[in-house]
Design a protein around this ligand. Structure first.
Ligand code: 9EZ
Length: 527
């Protein structure tokens, strides 16, 4: 469970955000217009930070925050947050993906309409004292073809609105199925087929390698001469240099731009072009969108803190699946097995490889978080940052540990069990565990199968020694001398060779050296 007690709002987020958080027992401080150094000094004490667009949440800010668990952005996207630095620190980054939808769609429609009738240019001309009716001859939208590239929430709302103007809507999206978009009147086709059909093109995709420069010299060349384009999504989806060339040649008849690669743009050549109409990133700038985003981020934080659900997180896929009720004992199991293997292998560092195998139908859906949980147990107590389910995988990668996971459907001996094998410099340790009666238990350690499952709770002492009926009494003597009581004793089924024993003890020992004559390997932990 994630606990957020103190939260800082560093911008003018809608007041509903603060009220919702406070109504749910979170102490909120709102401080606006802080300089970077002020924010770095202020952030130390908080569990959560809520921002809009102005606060640059850089690695410096994140690393200065000792208790930070969450960065919430009241808006779509996380462009002003260093998500990688947050992930590494185990901090959840959350946004509000839907609050801006209608506002972004409406601005897109406003730009499409303005492009068809030259409204902004005509208004500027009027303001300059002119009455120029020839220069601003337009064209109807009615009957024209609108290409919508990206058919998520915003693309869908744009299609509805422009259909009411009598536009034909076609589109492309790699995720939305064609039958789904067809049900809202958008025929899907490949981009190759789409380009030459469009009178207008509007883009509604995220900015990612496959969408950078989606409209470039090559694709503009495939369009109808005079095509008009709109970008209210992310700067760079339409290549700015290619757009300028297309405008100059007349291949592009006009552009409506709300977003730029650099904001504010240094290079004003696009903005100053007579066929370009532009806005200073106003897509989400409505009272309604700001209110919705402020409310959404607060409600999402409250849902997370209460353990109800995790929505809007961009770097916590693993964590989201832990909000199902049956995941929590499995996470405890993973962490406990990781701890057992850490303590058993600790004299043979560093770890080079971790292999996690889950067994049986019931364990099929938990691979992702089991792996993260095991790594949390394995990496805990090491130098540097504190591992959690958000950063475990990236920390393992950073430490040069290869992690593999697999699932065994043919659950031979132990359905619902999980086996973890760690390889260190030349040695391997293996643990098999399961959840029994809601609690994590250890079934096997490096070939020693315990006669009774070992409860992975409390203080545990592991010994590898030659199988012997006298071992218990010798160990009991050593523990008694230290004032430690034995709460349980687990012996393996094998009665010969070197085997692992496990003892539940009343407290951990300050020094394990006394066991050296008895056992080849000794480890202890608190689970
Ligand atoms: C759309 C996309 C990529 C795209 C990628 C994602 C929602 N969405 N849309 C058009 N994640 C290339 C062309």
């Amino acid at each position: 469970m994630i606990s957020i007690k103190n939260l800082l709002i560093s911008e003018s987020v809608d007041p509903r955000c603060r009220s919702i958080l406070e109504e749910n027992g979170i102490r909120v401080t709102q401080k606006q217009n802080m300089k970077k150094e002020e924010l770095i000094a202020e952030i130390k004490d908080y569990d959560g930070l809520v921002v809009r667009s102005a606060t640059k949440v850089t690695a410096d800010v994140i690393n200065a925050a000792a208790n930070l668990k969450l960065i919430g952005r009241a808006g779509t996207g996380v462009d002003n947050v260093d998500v990688e630095a947050a992930t590494r620190k185990g901090v959840i980054v959350m946004n509000t993906p839907s609050g801006n939808t209608i506002s972004a769609a409406e601005l897109t429609c406003a730009l499409l309409m303005s492009l068809s009738r030259n409204v902004p240019q005509a208004a500027m001309s009027m303001r300059a004292g002119n009455w120029d009716r020839k220069k601003f001859m337009g064209a109807e939208l009615f009957g024209k073809v609108l290409g919508i590239v990206g058919l998520g929430r915003i693309g869908k709302e744009v299609s509805h609105r422009m259909q009411s103007f009598g536009m034909k809507t076609i589109g492309y999206d790699p995720i939305t199925p064609p039958e789904v978009s067809a049900s809202w009147g958008v025929q899907q086709m490949s981009l190759e087929q789409l380009w030459p059909l469009c009178d207008f093109i509007t883009v509604h995709t995220p900015l990612m390698p496959s969408t950078v420069g989606l409209l470039n010299d090559e694709t503009f060349a495939k369009c109808k001469r005079g095509v008009k384009v709109v970008n209210c999504a992310r700067g760079g989806i339409i290549d700015e240099a290619a757009l300028l060339r297309a405008l100059e040649s007349g291949q592009c008849g006009g552009a409506g731009l709300d977003v730029f690669v650099e904001e504010p743009p240094q290079d004003r050549s696009l903005i100053n072009h007579p066929n370009v109409i532009s806005c200073p990133h106003l897509g989400a700038s409505t009272k309604e969108a700001q209110a919705r985003c402020g409310e959404d981020i607060a409600l999402q934080i409250v849902d997370m803190v209460k353990g109800n659900k995790l929505v809007g997180a961009v770097n916590a896929q693993v964590l989201a699946s832990t909000f199902s009720p049956d995941s929590s004992p499995l996470i405890k199991l993973g962490e406990a097995m990781g701890s057992v293997l850490q303590s058993c292998s600790s004299s043979n560092k560093p770890l080079s490889h971790v292999q996690i195998t889950s067994q049986g139908e019931g364990m099929k859906s938990c691979c992702g978080y089991m792996t993260a949980a095991v790594l949390v147990g394995l990496l805990n107590g090491g130098a540097g940052v504190c591992p959690n389910l958000i950063n475990a995988l990236s920390l393992a990668k950073e430490f040069g540990i290869t992690v593999t996971q697999s699932h065994n459907m043919s659950d031979e001996a132990s359905p619902g069990a999980c086996t973890v094998e760690v390889m260190t410099d030349g040695r391997s340790y293996k643990a098999t565990g399961a959840v029994r009666g809601g609690l994590p238990v250890l079934l096997e350690l490096s070939g020693s199968m315990f006669r009774q499952p070992v409860s992975l709770t409390g203080n545990l002492l592991f010994l590898k020694a030659p199988a012997s009926p006298e071992l218990l009494s010798s160990v009991a003597g050593l523990l008694a001398a230290e004032g430690v009581q034995i709460e349980s004793f687990s012996a393996p089924t094998e009665r010969s060779g070197d085997v692992w024993y496990c003892l539940g003890v009343s407290s951990l020992l300050a020094d394990l050296r006394a066991f050296k004559p008895l056992a080849q390997e000794v480890a202890q932990l608190s689970a």
